[in-house]
Design a protein around this ligand. Structure first.
Ligand SMILES: [Zn+2]
Length: 153
């Protein structure tokens, strides 16, 4: 992330955190009819709701733009990603209990809006290892390219 991107991220994150207070206050009411749904929440109201996080995020980007202050979250029994650890089962493996909010898939701006999935420790470490392996494989490729470059001054 460069400085301009960091600034945009921080600004969006700050606005979303403000909105997340309204979201958390509305949660008990939202649970009555939207439990399990992924909602786009802005100015204290549900803009729309969807079956999947991906769908919700796509629509939010199209209608509101990624700098808007919307909160993107599943309506769960436990706390939202903004407040407290997840409850229930890992949404990735469906076996172990969720311990972390996994934000690794949608990118930083999606994460700023609250796009996060409740994952178990094992799923998080597996995904991190996969990423580390991908990055490590870049190392040998770059070393080869550099070695080739150094042969021709
Ligand atoms: Zn898991």
């Amino acid at each position: 992330m460069n400085d301009a991107e960091r600034e945009r991220y921080d600004e969006t994150n700050r606005k979303v955190l403000e909105e997340s207070k309204r979201f958390d206050a509305a949660l008990p009411e939202l649970r009555k009819c939207l439990l399990g749904r992924y909602v786009i929440f802005l100015n204290g109201e549900v803009v729309d709701h969807f079956a999947t996080m991906d769908e919700a995020y796509k629509v939010a980007l199209k209608r509101l733009g990624e700098d808007a202050a919307f909160v993107l979250s599943q309506v769960r029994r436990g706390d939202s990603p903004f407040h407290g650890p997840p409850e229930g089962t890992c949404s990735n493996c469906g076996v172990r209990s969720a311990e972390h909010w996994w934000t690794g898939e949608g990118g930083v701006m999606a994460a700023a809006h609250g796009q996060a999935a409740p994952w178990c420790e094992r799923c998080c470490v597996t995904a991190q290892l996969e990423h580390a392996r991908t990055v490590a494989s870049d190392v040998s490729e770059l070393e080869e390219r550099l070695a080739a470059l150094e042969k021709t001054p």
